[in-house]
Design a binder for this molecule. Structure first.
Ligand code: AMP
Ligand code: ZN
Length: 605
């Protein structure tokens, strides 16, 4: 198998991937996550999805990946293109507009983001990872770690406190500043002058801690008032003497967040740090400076690099950045109607965008809605090192692609059938095809995540398989190939075609406790818009009305089982109207129910 190569922004070269782990097994990866002041747009998701493809490619290479994706809920300023951190906190602006407090705003958009992330199948939001707060650290819950880093920076002479009680990083103390972005000092000075503050020693210096009495999110390093008790305890453990007395109550700068959270959850140094191209400067440049200044973080240049074995003053060995997503070759713009959140495309009418829904309908999208798998496909279809030009037409092409793969997959499943007989042997011709296709697919991904070539390998294999008559053993091999592709692409609907729910199972499902425990496993449930309200009612012992449980068209097996259980319960309560309604609704969604001696058998039409 080929070796994985990645374009490292730090060295500006294609480098062979080699983990820091001496056993060559574990990989740590930090992905700059969303600032939760708004619904996340498809440009953000282009960046998150290329990181997801990278993570899955690492897994196909046999690595065990720990991926952390943070939530920025404080400190990301409106003038984020300047390292100076000028302007206003994006969350404060959103809170004012929405007439709410910033903590509530952040939580709302964080939950909305998690919903999108599940819909678009980010692996870090699947299974057990979804509910692990260590993998989705919030900035507001890492103030102790940030103050610790700031304190270290002060002690080591990389930072200074000004009269207002703010803290700045002194860029002149870190000669490597500019190394990642390739910016030269003159350029930096010219850029920084725009937002120059009198208190700074050098216009290039950037804020680590900000003081603003009007800001509603505040932490006083010298008093526990307003702190989360656990966080205060951790802060006192990390800094028994407390932070420098001159630092006043305030909030962290955006850059220090990622230095602190990455260290807290992945350790001192990490393998990979990802983000969009706008993160290179100032965000990641500043992260590198901070982590080195506070903790002297260094990694060795990887095997084969010109500086192999020598120290790089950065805490991540590979810095990997995705190019921007553009719409009609321009920056997305609300005014031009080219700004799309994920939610806009998944269900435009619900978001009040009837015109968009109509346009999508014209392109053949039923109900004007784009299936999440199609959006995922569209956003991964080109290589991350190329700018992506998104258009509604590109969605139509993506749909054709997904359908082609899905059709082949469904046929193969039929060909394999229910038979448990695995005795047959696939012909050499099919085995050869499968091996070659899988190698081509992996080689393309290992070549700096060349998704277009990987997809070309998929379509070539699909085309060849389409022209063959396959026996069950051959279909099984081909099915395995499709599933291997989908480990990375994750665009297939792999739901089962039929199943049986026993009467006892149906009964057990209706206990609210069980329902709650199982609900996390229900993909469609998890995507329900008012999921939180549903939870509350279940906790209060009320089973939500049947219509509320299925906000989306297609049903996965677990959801069907839930419906069957509800129907069974309705019958027991002699509510035949509801029982019939459930059966009819399932039928409308393409699922037929039969009562059998074993229980309820459901079959997709
Ligand atoms: P933010 O919510 O602004 O912190 O951004 C979250 C992530 O989305 C960052 O990694 C950005 O680099 C990335 N990003 C923002 N806009 C785009 C875009 N148009 N195309 C690709 N990535 C983007
Ligand atoms: Zn970050």
């Amino acid at each position: 198998m080929s070796v994985l190569k990645l374009k490292n922004t730090y060295s500006k070269r294609l480098e062979v991937f080699q983990p820091l782990d001496p056993h060559g097994q574990r990989v740590t990866m930090y992905t700059c996550g969303p600032t939760v002041y708004n619904y996340v747009h498809i440009g953000n998701f282009r960046s998150f999805l290329f990181a997801d493809i990278l993570r899955r490619t690492l897994e196909r290479n046999g690595y065990e990946v720990r991926q952390v994706m943070n939530i920025t809920d404080v400190g990301h300023m409106t003038e984020d293109h300047l390292a100076d951190a000028g302007g206003e906190d994006k969350l404060a602006v959103a809170a004012r507009k929405l007439g709410s407090d910033p903590f509530k705003v952040a939580l709302h958009f964080e939950q909305a983001f998690a919903q999108d992330a599940r819909a678009l199948r980010l692996k870090v939001y699947q299974g057990g990872e979804a509910g692990d707060p260590a993998l989705h650290p919030r900035a507001t819950r890492h103030i102790p770690e940030m103050l610790h880093a700031i304190q270290k920076l002060l002690e080591q002479g990389f930072a200074y406190v000004v009269d207002s009680g703010e803290v700045y990083f002194e860029v002149g103390k870190f000669p490597e500043y500019g190394r990642l972005s390739g910016k030269v000092i003159d350029e930096l000075e010219a850029g920084a002058r725009v937002g120059v503050r009198d208190e700074k020693r050098d216009p290039r210096d950037f804020a680590l801690w900000k003081v603003d009495a009007k800001h509603l999110m505040q932490w006083d390093p010298h008093s526990e008032k307003g702190w989360d008790p656990q966080d205060w305890k951790r802060y006192r453990e990390l800094l028994p003497e407390g932070a420098d007395k001159r630092i006043r109550a305030g909030f962290p700068g955006w850059h220090i967040e990622c230095s602190a959270m990455s260290r807290a959850h992945l350790g001192h140094t990490i393998d990979i740090h990802t983000g969009g191209e706008d993160n290179i400067f100032p965000h990641h440049e500043c992260e590198i400076a901070q982590s080195y200044g506070a903790y002297r973080t260094c990694v060795h240049g990887p095997h084969g690099a010109p500086d192999e074995g020598s120290q790089r003053k950065t805490f991540a060995r590979y810095w990997v950045h995705g190019r921007f997503l553009l719409v009609n070759n321009r920056k997305m713009s609300k005014r031009d109607g080219t700004f799309f959140t994920v939610k806009d495309l998944l269900d435009p009418r619900r978001e009040g965008r009837a015109e968009l829904a109509a346009e999508l309908e014209k392109l053949g999208f039923a109900g004007g809605r784009v299936p999440a798998s199609v959006l995922r496909f569209a956003l991964i279809a080109n290589q991350y090192t190329q700018p992506m030009n998104f258009s509604l037409e590109s969605l139509a092409a993506a749909r054709a692609g997904v359908e082609r793969i899905q059709t082949r997959y469904d046929r193969l499943r039929e060909a394999v059938g229910d038979s448990a007989d695995t005795s047959g042997v696939a012909s050499d011709r099919v085995l050869e095809l499968v091996n070659r296709a899988e190698t081509e697919f992996d080689d393309a991904l290992n070549d700096n995540l060349n998704t277009p070539n990987a997809l070309a390998a998929v379509f070539k294999a699909v085309g060849e398989l389409n022209s063959m008559e396959l026996g069950p053993a051959e279909a099984r091999e081909a099915l395995r190939l499709m599933e291997a592709f989908d480990e990375v692409l994750d665009v297939l609907d792999r739901t089962e075609r039929s199943g049986v729910v026993t009467r006892e199972q149906a009964q057990a499902w209706l206990d609210p406790q069980t329902l709650r425990a199982k609900a996390d496993l229900l993909k469609h449930w998890a995507e329900a818009p008012d999921r939180e309200a549903l939870w509350e009612r279940i906790e209060a012992g009320q089973l939500p009305a049947f219509e509320e449980l299925a906000p989306v068209e297609s049903l996965d097996a677990a959801m069907i089982e839930l419906f069957v259980a509800i129907r069974q319960n309705a019958r027991k309560a002699r509510d035949f109207k509801l029982a019939d309604a459930v059966r009819d609704d399932l039928k409308r969604r393409g699922v037929n129910l039969e009562d059998t001696p074993q229980g309820f058998r459901w079959v997709r039409a």
